[in-house]
Design a protein around this ligand. Structure first.
Ligand code: NAP
Length: 354
C-alpha cells in the first residue's frame, strides 16, 4: 500500500467534486469540494507550473485526507517539474506536508479527524492531500507543523545516509557537498553529533559561515579552491571515509578522487545534473563502495518508516538538529520557490504555507 503512496508516478487527483461523500469514509469534517493546487500539464520550466482550482481528492478506504498547513519544497520537485524524473501528466507537485486529518478512510484504525500529522506522499502542493495512512505520523504537541514539514524528506534522507548508507563513526572524516543546502546543513549537524570531522563544500563565503555554524570543521569554497587538493591537505593525502554527494554531475570526479581507500561514495542527487553512466572499474583502484540511495526505499514498511521517523523526531527534541528555514512562500508563489532553489542562492529549507 505504501508503494502506491510513494510511486514517482503520482496521479493528478481527478476525483469528481464531492466523491469524498461516498461510503469509504467513516469520519469527516466539512471540507470544500475544490481546492487550490500547483500542477504541471507538461514537464518543463517554471512557467509550466499552473496554480489553479482542482477537485479535493477522494479519500480511499485505507487513506486519510490531510488539510495541509505547511508543505516542503524539495529538489525532487524541480526534477518532476522539469523532466529529470518521469511523471504521469497532469501532475500535482510536492512530496511532503504537515497538517490536520479531516477525513478518515473506512479501514483506517490509527487516525481520527483532528489529528495533527506529518507525512511523505504525493500531490502536496495543494490545500488537501490524500495519503495512505501507513505513510502518516502523528505529531507530538512539541513539534510545530512548520518544523514537521521542514524535517521530513531532508532530515530522513540525511539520517538514513549517515546511519545506514555509511555508518558514520567517531574519528571518521566525511565530505559533504552543498553543505549549506537543506540536506547539507542537516548532514553537517548529524555528522558533527556522531563525532566525525565534517568537510563541507559550498559556493560562497556566506554559505561557508553557515556550514561552520552548523558543524562543518573545514569548509572548501569550491568557486576559488580546488576540492581534491584541499581534501588531501586536510586528510594528509588519505581522502575521506565517506563522500556524500547530492550535487551529482559536476562533482562526481572530485567525489571519486576524494574518497579514501576502502571508503564509501554516496551519490544521492542531481542538483547539477544526472551523473553520466560510469565504468564500474572506477571503483577498483581503491576498493570503493558506491551507493545511489533514494529515501523512499528506506521507508517501504510501516516498521521501517516509524523507526526512522522516531529517530529523527528524537534528534529534533534533543536539539541535535536545528532547522534553518530559508523562506516561507504562499502556494501561489511556488514558481518563485522553484526559481530560488535552482538559483543556488538558498540555504536550508524552503516551505510553502497554506
Ligand atoms: N536520494 C534521495 O532520496 C534524496 C532526498 C532528498 C534530497 N536529495 C537530493 O539532495 C540534493 C540536495 O537537496 P536539497 O533539497 O537539500 O537542495 P539544496 O542543497 O538546498 O540545493 C542544492 C544546492 O546544490 C548546490 N549546487 C551545485 N551545483 C549546482 C547546480 N548546477 N545547480 C543547482 N545547485 C547546485 C548549490 O549549493 P552551492 O551553492 O553551495 O554549490 C545548491 O544550493 C539534491 O540533489 C536532491 O535531489 C536526494
Amino acid at each position: 500500500m505504501l508503494l502506491k503512496a510513494i510511486s514517482p508516478r503520482l496521479f493528478f487527483q481527478k476525483a469528481p467534486v464531492n466523491t469524498f461523500l461516498k461510503s469509504n469514509i467513516i469520519r469527516t469534517m466539512s471540507t470544500a469540494s475544490t481546492m487550490k493546487a500547483v500542477y504541471v500539464n507538461e514537464q518543463g520550466g517554471v512557467d509550466n507550473l499552473v496554480y489553479s482550482d482542482i477537485p479535493v481528492p477522494k479519500v480511499d478506504e485505507d487513506s486519510v485526507l490531510v488539510k495541509n498547513r505547511f508543505v516542503g519544497v524539495n529538489y525532487i520537485d524541480t526534477y518532476q517539474r522539469g523532466g529529470v524524473y518521469p511523471v504521469t501528466l497532469p501532475f500535482t507537485l510536492g512530496r511532503e506536508g504537515a497538517g490536520d486529518v479531516v477525513e478518515v478512510g473506512a479501514k483506517v484504525k490509527d487516525f481520527k479527524v483532528g489529528d495533527r500529522v506529518v507525512y511523505l506522499g504525493g500531490a502536496t502542493y495543494a490545500e488537501y492531500t490524500n495519503v495512505t495512512s501507513s505513510a502518516v505520523e502523528k505529531l507530538s504537541d512539541e513539534v510545530t507543523y512548520e518544523e514537521a514539514a521542514a524535517i521530513g524528506i531532508q532530515a530522513l534522507t540525511a539520517w538514513t545516509m549517515v546511519r545506514d548508507g555509511y555508518n558514520v563513526k567517531k574519528g571518521d572524516t566525511i565530505l559533504v557537498h552543498a553543505a549549506a543546502g537543506g540536506v547539507g546543513l542537516l548532514l553537517c549537524q548529524m555528522i558533527h553529533h556522531l563525532g566525525a570531522t565534517v568537510i563541507g563544500t559550498v559556493s560562497t563565503d556566506e554559505k561557508a559561515a553557515l556550514a561552520r555554524e552548523n558543524g562543518a570543521d573545514h569548509v572548501i569554497v569550491y568557486t576559488r579552491e580546488n576540492v581534491v587538493d584541499r581534501v588531501n591537505e586536510i586528510t594528509n593525502g588519505l581522502g575521506c571515509h565517506a563522500v556524500l554527494d547530492g550535487v551529482g554531475k559536476s562533482t562526481w570526479e572530485d567525489s571519486l578522487a576524494s574518497t579514501r581507500r576502502l571508503g564509501t561514495l554516496i551519490s544521492f542527487g542531481n542538483a547539477s545534473g544526472v551523473v553520466p553512466p560510469i565504468k564500474i572499474q572506477c571503483l577498483t583502484a581503491k576498493n570503493l563502495k558506491l551507493m545511489r540511495p533514494q529515501l523512499f526505499a528506506y521507508l517501504a514498511t510501516r516498521e521501517e518508516s516509524q523507526k526512522w521517523w522516531s529517530e529523527v523526531f528524537d534528534l529534533l527534541s534533543k536539539k541535535v538538529i536545528k532547522l534553518h528555514i530559508h523562506k516561507i512562500y504562499d502556494l501561489k508563489d511556488a514558481k518563485q520557490a522553484h526559481i530560488d532553489i535552482e538559483s543556488r542562492k538558498t540555504t536550508g529549507k524552503l516551505l510553502i504555507k497554506l
